[in-house]
Design a binder for this molecule. Structure first.
Ligand code: PMP
Length: 380
């Protein structure tokens, strides 16, 4: 049975994206590549509402985060890290590995990061060089209000704001220049609807200046070296780029840039939540303001969520469980792709069947149909 991928990355790709990925290769040192690359950069600029070019690494999101850490942190930097889950912790860990002095602020999993929490931390730790934030905490399905957080920072000299946008960019607005983000890292395989393999980094002018004055502790992820190549009139890449994935990303961006795309993700999230709650599940993020438009985390009060995940898998729907301390406690369903009513009803129908034991139902109509589909004798 084919898997219907409802994991928070990778996500289902469209036929257009697959066809683009299968295009014949072009050389990455020629004019054709430069022209294609400029066009791709223009789409990324539109998405981020910024003129600045984006560095694209052949890496997953972790590589993009590592690049931010390697270029902006080290034993000489004081870093405030705000985490509300596994991926905030991961960004912290990556940064700590450069020898940076870390000040860690933890927000309870399932809660969002409030602007006042961050502004207090920055106020209480004057002289911090870097602030680490996560826009979408994938492990809990929380979307943090990065624009409000930055707007509430104490006035005056402020740390460089580095944001993990791995699971938000493409699914929710993220406008780094307008909001005052200095470094943004993201990846291809979630909101950008592309197969895994690309890590993307955007920097503010201020961040480019800071990077130019520092020695990067990585050769491959040195952003200043990248800039020398990609900011040329005829841009290229310092190293061999995964051109096929660039083709795929270029095609996927057409979906993400379509009118109403962000609203569509939100609508899918809300409809899915309404249906799941009617079935007895509980959204893990109690404050609606912080709910992610890309991934929804559900609990099954008094029930076995692992059994639900297992039943869904048997039906061909691949969802994700909880991570870290939430292992065994959560189910996460992603809706980064073009989820419309047919997909919502498919997911909810399967959830209805998979959650029958939670409601002490011996059977229901979808479970009956599935049993026949599986060729089992169904006793009435
Ligand atoms: N940050 C966030 C918010 C993520 O969701 C993920 C992946 N789930 C990562 C970082 C790590 O990205 P990757 O697995 O692409 O390295």
């Amino acid at each position: 049975m084919n898997e219907y991928l409802l994991t928070p990355g990778p996500v289902p790709t469209t036929r257009d994206v697959s066809l683009a990925e299968a295009r014949e290769l072009i050389g990455h040192r020629g004019a054709v590549f430069s022209e294609f690359f400029l066009n791709l950069e223009e789409k990324l600029s539109k998405l981020l509402r910024s003129e600045g070019r984006t560095v694209i690494f052949p890496s997953s999101g972790t590589g993009a985060l590592e690049s931010l850490a390697a270029n902006f942190t080290g034993p000489d930097t004081k870093v405030i890290s705000v985490s509300c889950g596994v991926f905030g912790d991961r960004f912290r860990e990556i940064t700590a590995q450069t020898g940076a002095r870390m000040i860690n602020i933890d927000v309870e999993p399932g809660s969002g990061v409030r602007p006042e929490t961050v502004s207090r931390a920055v106020f209480e730790h004057p002289g911090a060089d870097v602030l680490l934030l996560t826009q979408n905490e994938t492990s809990t399905g929380v979307l943090n209000p990065i624009d409000e957080i930055i707007a509430a920072l104490p006035k005056g000299e402020r740390p460089l704001v580095l944001v993990d946008g791995v699971s938000s960019v493409g699914a929710a607005p993220c406008y780094p220049e307008e909001w005052g983000i200095d470094g943004l890292a993201t990846a291809s395989q979630k909101g950008l609807l592309t197969p895994p393999g690309l890590g993307l980094v955007w920097l503010s002018e201020r961040a480019w200046d800071v990077a130019a004055g520092r020695k990067c502790c990585s050769y491959y992820f040195d952003l200043v070296r990248q800039r020398k190549y990609i900011f040329k009139d005829r841009p290229e890449n310092p190293y061999t780029p995964p051109v096929s994935l660039y083709f795929a990303l270029d095609a996927a961006l057409n979906s993400v840039l379509a009118d109403g795309w962000f609203e569509g993700r939100r609508r899918a999230a809300d409809a899915l939540t309404a249906g799941a709650e009617a079935l007895g599940f509980k959204h893990f993020v109690s404050d609606k303001k912080f709910r992610s438009p890309g991934v929804t985390a559900l609990t099954a009060p008094g029930g076995d969520i692992q059994a639900v995940i297992k039943s869904l898998r048997e039906m061909g729907l691949e969802t994700a469980g909880g991570q870290g301390s939430l292992k065994g406690k959560l189910m996460r369903i992603a809706h980064y792709h073009d989820v419309r009513w047919p997909e919502i009803s498919l997911i909810l129908g399967s959830l209805f069947a998979a959650s029958a034991p939670l409601r002490n139902e011996r059977e229901n109509f979808i479970a009956s149909a599935f049993a026949v589909w599986e060729g089992e004798r169904h006793e009435r």
